[in-house]
Design a binder for this molecule. Structure first.
Ligand SMILES: Nc1ncnc2c1ncn2[C@@H]1O[C@H](COP(=O)(O)OP(=O)(O)O)[C@@H](O)[C@H]1O
Ligand SMILES: [Mg+2]
Length: 225
């Protein structure tokens, strides 16, 4: 369960704090999905960073399965992110010097959990995203869509409770974008995880569902999605 209550975020500026998120409320049950839309600069990435415990809210509360990631120490917050959050960004953020498989198992490396079982899960995920033949390839040898599929596999490695994707298809053509959206939805469902996707694309939004728009720092739900 994801519970977001009255979250605000303001950034300091020379002319005083600039309010980006004014009051965000969001509830997702296990397996639940949300799409966040809104113009550039409306605070979508800011919101996702807070949901993923990358950035602290100015006020308000976030809980994932009852845990407030901002209540603990920085080390506890890092462990929370590693174990419970999967992130897919517009830029895939793969390590160029590592193979596709090594990139996928990277989250386990961070928590010292690389094992034969983890490597097997990495291979299974690469297979699941249609890249088993590319396991030993480097990011520079893959297409944009393939790199993003590796990034999706990596985000799923540790079976996150919450999968966050910030414009994950922004640099892909419609066909590759649709494949990424399908993978995000299907793979999140396979671990009964929650999924929040930021996108400008109506086709992606329709696939993910639960459409909300960021309007003046608040999330406005669209009916019937
Ligand atoms: N670290 C930061 N410091 C100051 N302002 C920021 C920072 N990050 C984002 N902003 C501002 O917050 C607003 C929302 O940014 P962002 O969340 O990236 O929007 P979106 O993802 O919807 O395009 C923008 O006006 C941006 O300039
Ligand atoms: Mg953004």
């Amino acid at each position: 369960m994801l519970e977001v209550d009255q979250v605000t975020k303001a950034y300091p500026s020379p002319t005083g704090p600039v309010s980006v998120l004014r009051s965000i409320d969001l509830r997702l049950a296990p397996g639940g999905r949300a799409t966040v839309m809104g113009p550039s600069g409306s605070g979508k990435s800011t919101l996702l960073a807070i949901l993923g415990a990358l950035d602290e809210p100015t006020s308000g509360r976030v809980r994932l399965d009852g845990i407030d990631p901002f209540a603990g120490t920085p080390a506890e917050r890092a462990a929370f992110r590693n174990q419970r959050i999967g992130f897919v960004f517009q830029e895939h953020h793969l390590l160029d010097g590592c193979t596709a498989l090594d990139n996928v198992v990277l989250p386990a490396l961070a928590s010292g959990r690389v094992s034969a079982a983890i490597e097997a899960r990495g291979r299974a995920l690469l297979d699941r995203v249609g890249l088993s033949a590319r396991a030993g390839h480097f990011p520079g040898e893959l297409s944009g869509g393939e790199r993003q599929r590796v990034a999706v596999a990596r985000a799923l490695l540790l079976e996150p409770r919450l999968l966050l994707a910030d414009e994950p298809t922004g640099q892909l053509d419609a066909h590759a974008a649709g494949a990424i959206a399908d993978l995000l939805v299907d793979l999140a469902a396979e671990v009964n995880g929650m999924l929040v996707v930021v996108t400008h694309a109506d086709a992606i939004a329709a696939r993910v569902g639960g459409i909300r728009r960021l309007v003046e720092g608040r999330l406005v739900e669209e009916r019937g999605t």
